[in-house]
Design a binder for this molecule. Structure first.
Ligand code: NAD
Length: 518
């Protein structure tokens, strides 16, 4: 064990942050995992059992300020640490993540509910960002033009910003923190991370591993809490940039509040991703893709395909879709047979059920109703079985709202043009997919669709880290996306240097005119 204060935190095989009798999740400040002196704590509940897994503090203002000062103090020496040394920390970090994959996945399943296999995918997609950060020297390279004028060269360097902060959602407890701090710190910044108060365990394990990999004290700090901690991040004068992933209400609030205090902000928000199904698509592959992308992770993915638009006769496939959805196994995420686990909380389940009911009341037809499901042995779990609503129209609440549960809603269009219009009228622009065997239809879709991530016979087109995660419209606020080239640009600023090294003729005199290239 390392970096542990008061013996409060361990990376034992059970869910992180549980040590001895203490369920308390510590802060990480200046390299020390220390219990918060908060007076209020939030219970993290296992969504399959309601068992209290851990207690998350509402980190105090003083502790928050100490975390920011630790990051500020660590910055000068970390930014001057050779980039090769910073990369080597990431090389070691990725190795430790691989070694601890099972522990991370178990923690995620226990706190978040997704199946173990899906939890491994959550870790793996974050691990790929760490691997990418291992090439930071190349990613961060500047540019050089020699002899822009006689004896004068100009070059630009990408420099770190200083202290950056990240605010995370509950649905990818490992991947999303890993979208943020590995890119930020390898490019020379220091970081303050606020995990989701619903499942902070994976962030804590990752932080321990990052420190074991050699991240110096103060380079990564972790604070907890909800609105007050987030507002403190937005307002703090020492924080230069804020990365946010989560809902639109929080994301737009954070975007405006943090921008108003002069910070860079990247804000990835909600979604309503459509899958457009052409009648010439491969039936089997398309139905499998719809079932996987609609119900995987119990629909709690920002890239879930939550809306199907059947074009023309593909509407006849609905019956088969229902059969496949019915065959899915709903169970606690630790059951190796489970296809989907519970949703995150009782409130989330209530909200999902309410939106389904509102669809029914406004004229949608329920083809499959998973609201009353009971999982033997887990009667207290927040389970919702696969649910399918059809004849949904754009004015219905269940269409306008992001449901974020295992609910697939079906619409119909007579033509590809009409389907594209439906998708483009939706306010969100995270992703959209088309299923077709026609290159012409696929190309038209790719060109005309207003969504940041397009899948062509691919249901969840989340780009790998050499690209960026490119949601658009109401799904994103800011200019520079997460990871990839844009991610490095977000965490760095350009300094452009113009240098002159030449023998100047004596007696040339002084010219007050604007210098021009000669
Ligand atoms: P959330 O917005 O409730 O919480 C995200 C973070 O914001 C948490 O750390 C929380 O403490 C904080 N927060 C919440 N409300 C706040 C407020 N009013 N003021 C200040 N801070 C606040 O989101 P969630 O429920 O944890 O995550 C689900 C949402 O995240 C969905 O909308 C999903 O689509 C979205 N998401 C988007 C992406 C993407 O890349 N576009 C990825 C994952 C999740």
């Amino acid at each position: 064990m390392f970096g542990v204060a008061n013996n409060q935190f361990s990376t034992a095989a059970e869910p992180s942050s549980r040590h001895g009798n203490s369920l308390r999740v510590p802060n990480l400040i200046g390299g020390r995992f220390a219990d918060s002196s908060a007076s209020e704590f939030i219970h993290v509940l296992n969504p399959a059992t309601q068992e209290v897994v851990s207690e998350v503090p509402l980190t105090t203002k003083e502790e928050f300020k100490s975390a920011v000062s630790a990051a500020k103090q660590a910055f000068p020496s970390w930014r001057n640490t050779p980039i090769t040394a910073r990369q080597r920390v990431m090389l070691k970090f990725q190795e430790l993540i691989r070694k601890n994959m099972d522990k991370l996945a178990l923690n995620i399943t226990t706190e978040q509910g997704k199946t173990l296999k899906d939890a491994q995918g959550d870790v793996f997609r974050g691990l790929e960002v760490v691997e990418h950060a291992c090439g930071m020297a190349t990613l961060q390279m500047g540019e050089y033009v020699s002899n822009v004028s006689n004896g004068i060269d100009t070059y630009s360097v990408r420099e770190p910003l200083g202290v950056c902060a990240g605010i995370c959602p509950f649905n990818f407890p490992a991947m999303i923190p890993l979208w943020m701090f590995p890119v930020a710190v390898t490019s020379g910044n220091t970081f303050v991370l606020k995990p989701s108060e619903k499942d902070p365990g994976a962030s804590m394990i990752l932080a321990e591993l990052a420190m074991e990999a050699g991240l110096p004290n103060g380079v990564l700090n972790i604070v907890h809490g909800t609105n007050d901690t987030v507002n403190a991040i937005c307002d703090d004068d020492d924080i230069r940039a804020v990365s946010f992933v989560g809902s639109n209400i929080a994301g737009m609030h954070i975007y405006s509040r943090a921008s108003a205090s002069g910070k860079r902000v990247q804000s990835n928000m909600g979604a309503k991703n459509h899958g457009v199904v052409m009648p010439d698509a491969d039936v089997d592959a398309t139905l499998n893709a719809l079932v996987a992308a609609g119900f995987g992770a119990a629909g709690q993915r920002c890239m879930a395909l939550s809306t199907v638009v059947f074009v023309g006769d593909s509407k006849l496939w609905e019956e088969k879709l229902v059969e496949r959805a019915k065959a899915l196994k709903v169970n606690t995420g630790t059951d190796p047979e489970a296809d989907l686990g519970p949703v995150i909380s009782k409130q989330a389940k209530e909200r999902v059920c309410k939106l389904v009911q509102s669809g029914v009341e406004s004229g949608a037809r329920l083809l499959l109703d998973g609201r009353a499901i009971k999982v033997p042995g887990y009667e207290q779990g927040n389970f919702v079985g696969p649910t399918i609503l059809t004849d949904v129209t754009a004015d219905m609440e269940c269409y306008k709202e992001e449901i974020f549960g295992p609910v697939l809603i079906c619409m119909q269009a007579d033509s590809l043009e009409e389907a594209i219009k439906i998708v483009n009228r939706n306010k969100y622009g995270n992703g959209a997919a088309i299923f077709t065997s026609s290159g012409i239809a696929a190309r038209k879709f790719q060109t005309d669709i207003e969504a940041g991530q397009v899948g062509i016979n691919v249901p969840i087109p989340v780009p790998l880290p050499f690209f960026s995660f490119t949601g658009s419209k109401a799904s994103f606020a800011g200019d520079l996306n997460f990871y990839g080239k844009a991610g490095v640009q977000f965490y760095t600023q350009i300094k452009t240097v113009t240098q002159q090294w030449k023998d100047l003729p004596s007696g040339a005199g002084v010219s007050l005119a604007m210098p021009t290239s000669q």
